[in-house]
Design a protein around this ligand. Structure first.
Ligand code: PRT
Ligand code: ZN
Length: 285
């Protein structure tokens, strides 16, 4: 039987979360110990550990069948590969930044300016779409020091907290796009590999859905149950079990994490007590 080969970042911001995702999908593999390849002991999958910039090319050439990269790397690579599923981690944005004392009003500022970046394809596309004529200075690392050393007037780089820009005397003036980790795949998977990918995707979705939802348990007098049920944006109708205390019940349901804080006061006002909210490990709808 063939194995699905997945390329993930060897060492960097995506590594830990990529491995964690596979583990949460129940995929076991021996501890890396700096190895370049690891084979799972319980799923037909082989992990290749690579530099993130190389992953799109490896997937395009089918050295790997699938991979995990940042959308920024995927788009910049311009490779012929399939984006399959956003993974919700390593979120960041690609932005333009200028020295903080610059009197910036709009994009036209960049006309005739020099901009340093490691994302020349995305940036030249962006300038072209906005009719800006600027010179792009390609550098592969420490882009944020370019204005300070006189190499460029501005930069285009990944921003997360903004502290790197701040400590280099820069300010973010335009956001080009938001990025997160994404699962990519070769455009030419055979049937067997496609079916393995579907199996993996099923697990990934169960893990992601579990993270977005919580299991809620609460106690309430029976005459409040109808009102409480209406407040809960439940996936299914809630489970209601009688408590030993007469006239009271325990109600169980699933709610999305971001809705929880919105409805907690309403639940209490409606008579809910002893509210427990617990994490879900896997969620198959
Ligand atoms: O060695 P290899 O080539 O594999 O790794 P790498 O150094 O190229 O990439 P790495 O590990 O730094 O990032 C991998 C991916 O994580 C990126 O492609 C993004 O999709 C995502 N990501 C998320 C980030 C950041 N957050 C991030 N903050 N990538 C880079 N940064 C850098 C940014 O370049 C800048 O220098 O962090 C600095 C800005 O961070 P803040 O928090 O100060 O704004
Ligand atoms: Zn890289």
């Amino acid at each position: 039987m063939s194995k699905l080969k997945i390329a993930i970042q060897k060492k960097g911001r995506l590594s830990e979360k990529s491995l964690q995702l596979l583990e949460e999908c129940g995929i076991k593999f021996p501890n890396g110990g700096g190895k370049l390849v690891a084979t799972s002991t319980n799923f037909p999958i082989e992990i290749l550990f690579l530099r993130d910039d190389d992953i799109p090319q490896y997937v395009e050439q089918q050295v790997a069948d699938i991979g995990i990269v940042g959308e920024n790397v995927l788009i910049e690579s311009q490779k012929k590969i399939k984006p399959v599923q956003q993974l919700g981690f390593s979120s960041c944005r690609l932005s333009l930044a200028v020295p903080k004392e610059t009197n910036y009003t709009d994009l036209s500022y960049f006309n005739g300016k020099k901009v340093a970046t490691s994302y020349p394809n995305i940036l030249s596309d962006y300038f072209q779409k906005n009719n800006i004529e600027a010179t792009i200075e390609i550098i592969s690392g420490s882009v944020e020091i370019a204005p300070g050393i006189g190499l460029a007037n501005a930069i285009c780089d990944i921003v997360s907290s903004g502290s790197t820009l701040f400590s280099n005397g820069l300010k973010e003036v335009e956001k080009i796009f938001s990025s997160q980790a994404i699962l990519i795949a070769s455009q030419n998977l055979d049937l067997e590999k496609q079916s393995l990918l579907n199996k993996l995707l099923f697990r990934i979705n169960a893990v992601r859905k579990a993270k977005e939802n919580k299991y809620i348990l609460l106690n309430a007098p029976n005459n409040c149950l109808e009102k409480i049920t209406q407040i809960l944006p439940g996936v299914n109708s809630p489970t209601i079990l009688p408590l030993a205390q007469k006239g009271w019940s325990s109600l169980h349901s699933v709610i999305s994490e971001d809705k929880f804080w919105d409805i907690i006061d309403e639940l209490r006002e409606a008579g809910a007590e002893g509210i427990l909210v617990v994490p879900i490990e896997k969620f198959i709808a």
